[in-house]
Ligand binder design. Sequence first.
Ligand SMILES: [Fe+2]
Length: 327
Amino acid sequence: MSVYGKVHLGYVVIETNKFTDWHRFAKDAIGMHVDTLGAHAMRFRMDDQECRFLLQRGPAEDIAATGWLVDDHETFEQIVGRVRDRGVPVVEGTEEAAALRGVERFLRFPGPKGIDQEIFTRAKAAPTPLDMVTSSFVTGDAGMGHLAITTTRPDQLRNYYNTVFDARLTDWIDETISGIKFKIKFLRVNERHHSIALANTEPYRVDPVRTKIQHLNVQVASLDDMAQSYQRLRRLGFHMALGVGQHTNDRELSYYVETPSGFEWETGWNPVTISDDAGWEPVGYEGISVWGHTPMGQTIMDKVGQFRQAARHIAQREDTVPALSRA
Ligand SMILES: [Fe+2]
């Protein structure tokens, strides 16, 4: 039984000590709804769902977990079965952890690069109305956005998402940096063009990004929402990574900004969706952008170039959960 189309990115857990900066970033600049839960937790809402981002105190300044909404119990059991059959432990989250995530219950198992994978079937609706500047975010069947991961083991990560979620290859982009081709593969698990992007840094033998993800993406409902959040970020002094531009493959208009934790945040508008899967053929593109996405300061491309010089011989171990990453 395939679980394709029945899995949706539902929430993201971030470990950070920069609560004040994240509050400003999320509420005042990006324009989400923010709820503070005492001194140790903060949540962002994008829609009716009680929690889309959970921030917990800790020194990592990184993403800790991704929560996937699974449509029904049959699909849920199918995924759990696949993970357990390969000898990988699946544990139930505590009641307290479930409450923080705004879900009734969830299960957790290990994921690539140490990103915990959590699955749940029901999210709680928030009891209070939304209080946010952005008019609305596009979530629903497409999930809340996507994640981009740099990896020195792209095939293993591809296999992981295929094994666990029946991910399909939407397309790929070849970007050339310092004369070396740098391939990015875009994987979908539902109608969203991609929920996961895998950027292959294998030719450099090193991953230039400190955090487990290079960026995460959310989708706003209107072009005004995108443009105005860009203006607010600049006014509030957040560091932009790439100016507004349009991607070659999903045609999304977006910008990239550095989050308080260091990974980047892409706010996008109007990407292609793939509702009719039958006729879709993966194709390749040259370069990530049709226009724009002009670097504003140091970019991942610069970092890759530097690492190529400095870290050519570093042997790096990247956790891929081998039991779930075999072809
Ligand atoms: Fe993206």
